[in-house]
Design a protein around this ligand. Structure first.
Ligand SMILES: Cc1cc2nc3c(=O)[nH]c(=O)nc-3n(C[C@H](O)[C@H](O)[C@H](O)COP(=O)(O)OP(=O)(O)OC[C@H]3O[C@@H](n4cnc5c(N)ncnc54)[C@H](O)[C@@H]3O)c2cc1C
Length: 584
């Protein structure tokens, strides 16, 4: 897939304009992508959705069977090379499959652990022998995989793991420790396990359940995802062959972080898929539920909810496909092998974190509104709204909590700026001049969403001003200023989301209704960015300097009023007409 002619770098969207034609969108999916999405949809509807209740009774034989069926249909290896049993498509294919499976409650997690957490480490870091030994059987669904990074005392701080590995005289490894909250732990055949060699060197191992000393603990009693297995994994003098060290001793962090990059990106796809499902359910309910003599779908308050769920999904979906296009293009430019994939995912790690946070919070919003639209029926188990509400909550906790992801993003961009790859610091420096010598903002160019595009350029300036002042104020101690970092990331999320939505709406397949959605999102985003920037800047400056910067932010974020209520009503009407997401 070729989108745009120039090589893009992670974070460079912050520094300039992007043309709508240079952005990948769901409307640009190929027939191949649509076919695999259709295969996944038919499988989910005929096999997975009817099995959800049985899965919640911990029927792991059924979970295995469903994973095997996914393997038979090619859904486990959409982006895995054909020589390992995959179908060798691009990341866009993996995203569309992830979206469809995202609507499958517990099974989405089972599937995600298999495809993202078990396959990717071996694909990207395994030796040829390890890849040949394990990948075809995981991709076919004959082997179930799990990923063992967390421990009871080492969650966000995963590198503080206490699990140990010691080299035996015959070269094999002896592993001891207890891993916690392991998805698929109760029935996986193969574990990707992180442990410290001699208690010091963080490393990674491929561990089979059949190896002596490997077992799992009891199922956790969870708030949600009752149909997904979550257990401790116990290693008691577990004997692991020498050839099952994955990567190098002391380099386990590279595997852990890169797998997380991919996992975050894929989690966002699962969240957009989940939100689509929830919008369909909310709409169907609102159409059939009558109060005061009419369907509740006719009430403005309900229309607002259906529209806002749609607007937020549209924005996250636009970010997701834009990033997917960037990653696929980077992989193509780097030569299509697993090293290329790894480098591309690393390049867009900041975007993956933005997507993880935005996706999980958008889904929680949609799911909460779904319960609300269902009223009392949303609170009881007769309707799926209640299950979605419980199942989705964990998305803000795993794959790096949303706090950790928020804290990581500014650092990733600043590191890139320091390495000379992204001239953020120069751009922030130039803004100082603009703040000191204010000029009247030019009127926006004529055309659709022109004022919003101008405000988005202002959001970028605001982000740069906040990050620039934070660096100047705190220097190397910035990583201790978590409140400012979190606010900076909030601004970046809104900026990337608003721009992605606007560019999609202005692209060749954009529609007036997409423009309504992009406009509504951008207006609210501008308000949020203004509030976040004011809070952050007020912590770092005082007096005339603060006054001048806040005045500049106000100028940059000026957006003429627009009738977003009417826009949302048009969107809601379409959702009601389609009985689901307006932009599918
Ligand atoms: C259903 C489920 C499935 C899971 N599946 C897997 C799996 O397959 N494999 C696996 O390895 N793990 C898995 N996990 C574990 C998951 O990745 C961790 O729970 C997660 O990383 C958070 O770690 P923690 O629970 O120890 O929370 P903590 O790290 O203790 O965090 C607690 C709170 O403190 C905040 N916090 C922590 N550190 C900081 C900081 N430096 N600054 C500011 N705030 C901070 C966090 O954001 C959070 O709000 C799963 C968890 C669940 C619930």
């Amino acid at each position: 897939m070729t989108i745009g002619s120039t090589t893009r770098r992670g974070g460079d969207w912050l520094l300039g304009d992007t043309a709508p034609a240079d952005v990948f969108t769901p409307e640009r999916l190929s027939d191949e992508h649509k076919l695999i999405a259709q295969t996944a949809t038919e499988f989910v509807q005929s096999e997975v959705l009817p099995a959800l209740d049985a899965l919640e009774t911990k029927d792991w034989a059924l979970a295995r069977k469903l994973i095997k069926q996914c393997g038979d249909l090619g859904l486990l290896g959409a982006d895995v090379p054909e020589r390992f049993g995959g179908i060798g498509l691009d990341k866009a294919a993996a995203v569309v499959v992830g979206e469809v499976l995202g609507a499958c409650s517990s099974f989405a997690t089972t599937f995600g652990a298999q495809t993202g957490l078990a396959i990717i480490p071996i694909l990207c870091f395994g030796t040829e022998a390890q890849q040949e030994q394990y990948l075809p059987r995981i991709v076919s669904g004959d082997l179930i995989g799990a990923y063992c990074l967390s421990e009871s005392g080492a969650g966000s701080d995963a590198l503080s793991a206490r699990a140990r590995a010691t080299k035996a005289t015959d070269g094999s490894w002896i592993l001891n420790g207890e891993k916690m909250w392991i998805t698929n732990g109760g029935f996986a055949d193969l574990f990707i396990v992180f442990a410290k060699v001699d208690g010091e060197h963080f490393s990674c191992f491929i561990v089979e359940r059949s190896f002596p000393g490997v077992s799992n603990g009891k199922e956790e009693h969870k708030l949600g995802l009752l149909g997904s297995s979550t257990t401790p994994v116990l290693l008691a003098d577990a004997r692991v062959p020498a050839g099952n060290l994955l990567g190098e001793v002391g380099k386990g962090h590279k595997i852990a972080f890169n797998v997380l990059n991919y996992g975050r990106f894929k989690l966002a796809a699962m969240c957009t898929g989940g939100a689509r499902q929830v919008i369909s359910e909310a709409t169907a309910y609102a159409i059939q539920r009558r109060q005061f003599g009419q369907p509740i779908a006719t009430f403005g308050a309900i229309k607002h909810k259906l529209a806002e769920m749609t607007v937020r999904l549209f924005a996250v979906e636009s970010m997701l496909f834009r990033t997917t296009g960037l990653i696929d293009q980077a992989i193509a430019e780097r030569g299509h092998d697993s090293a290329a994939a790894l480098a591309a995912l690393e390049e867009f790690a900041a975007e993956a974190s933005l997507l993880k946070v935005a996706g999980s919070e958008m889904l929680d919003f949609a799911i909460d509104e779904n319960v609300q639209i269902h009223g009392g029926n949303g609170f009881v188990r007769d309707y799926p709204a209640e299950r979605h509400y419980r199942d989705a909550r964990v998305n803000r906790i795993f794959e790096g909590t949303n706090e950790i992801n928020r804290l990581l993003v500014p650092g990733m961009l600043i590191k890139r700026a320091m390495n000379g790859g992204l001239p953020i610091l120069e751009a922030a420096q130039q803004l100082r001049q603009e703040i000191a010598t204010p000029a009247l903002s030019a009127a926006p160019a004529p055309g659709p969403l022109a004022a919003e595009r101008q405000a988005i350029a202002g959001m970028k300036k605001t982000a740069l001003a906040v990050i620039g002042l934070a660096l100047e104020t705190y220097g190397k101690a910035l990583d201790r200023e978590q409140e400012v970092l979190m606010l900076a990331t909030d601004i970046l999320i809104d900026t990337f989301a608003a721009e992605s939505a606007v560019l999609r709406a202005l692209g060749g397949s954009g529609t007036p209704l997409q423009q309504d959605a992009a406009m509504a999102f951008a207006h609210d985003a501008v308000t949020r960015v203004n509030a976040a920037a004011t809070t952050a800047l007020s912590a770092m400056a005082t007096g005339p300097a603060l006054g001048a910067t806040l005045a500049a932010v106000t100028r940059w974020l000026t957006l003429p009023p627009a009738n977003t209520i009417a826009a949302r009503r048009r969107i809601a009407d379409k959702v009601i007409e389609k009985k689901g997401y307006a932009f599918a």
